[in-house]
Design a binder for this molecule. Structure first.
Ligand SMILES: N[C@@H](CCC(=O)N[C@@H](CS)C(=O)NCC(=O)O)C(=O)O
Length: 202
């Protein structure tokens, strides 16, 4: 197996942390977006969207989309479970992961894409949209703070992919000056908890 990686990417980081939490060793290839390596014919043949992360299996199958990659790894290496173990748990982890993707990761990505230097000339930037997404992110963090009151982790009482998605989003937020406001005590405590895990810097 090979994992095509983009070191600065929150989505690629989600997969790296997932792999580390599973205790797996999967060789990675860093794709240099600045050099256009993800737009070469060779890479586009592997993933026609030219995005990372991307998992190549030993039989030549390619799996893109960070959640799909994690799902595959969870199926072949169920321990420790990171996506729930019963039908209800699996649904709740999925629900929370989706909520975090849509309510926090997506607006943060938009802040990044529409306001950060790195994306100048790569994607059309609409800074006003970035500002709207910045506000949306802060509203969503306040919502999450209420939701996780009394819980150590986001989806249930164990660490799951929903936590991984949220911690990667928050790490990326720092690059665009968005930090968890101090008054959001539940999110702050949760982030300190997940950031202290040995895998957090994967
Ligand atoms: N939904 C995809 C998103 C993948 C994605 O957008 N990756 C970004 C980095 S975070 C990328 O490779 N962008 C390259 C480009 O847009 O040219 C996932 O979850 O893996």
């Amino acid at each position: 197996m090979i994992c095509y990686d983009l070191p600065a990417s929150p989505n690629a980081r989600r997969v790296r942390i997932f792999i580390a939490e599973k205790g797996l060793e999967i060789p990675t290839v860093a794709v240099d977006m600045a050099k256009g390596e993800n737009k070469t014919a060779e890479y586009l043949a592997k993933n026609s969207l030219g995005k990372m992360p991307l998992l190549e299996l030993d039989d030549g199958t390619f799996i893109s989309e960070s959640h799909a990659i994690c799902r595959y790894l969870e199926e072949i290496h169920p321990e420790p479970p990171l996506m729930g173990t019963s039908p209800v748990e699996r649904a709740q982890v999925e629900m929370w992961n989706r909520r975090i993707e849509l309510e926090i990761l997506l607006p943060l990505l938009n802040v990044f894409i529409h306001t950060h230097e790195m994306w100048k000339g790569v994607h059309t930037q609409i800074p006003e949209w970035g500002d709207i997404c910045r506000e949306k992110t802060l509203t969503s963090l306040a919502w999450l703070d209420g939701e996780i009151a009394g819980r150590d982790y986001i989806a249930n009482d164990t660490y799951t992919i929903a936590d991984i998605t949220a911690q990667c989003a928050i790490v990326m937020g720092k690059a665009v000056g968005i930090r968890v406001p101090e008054e959001l005590e539940n999110v702050s405590a949760w982030f300190a908890r997940v950031a202290a895990r040995p895998t957090a810097r994967a």
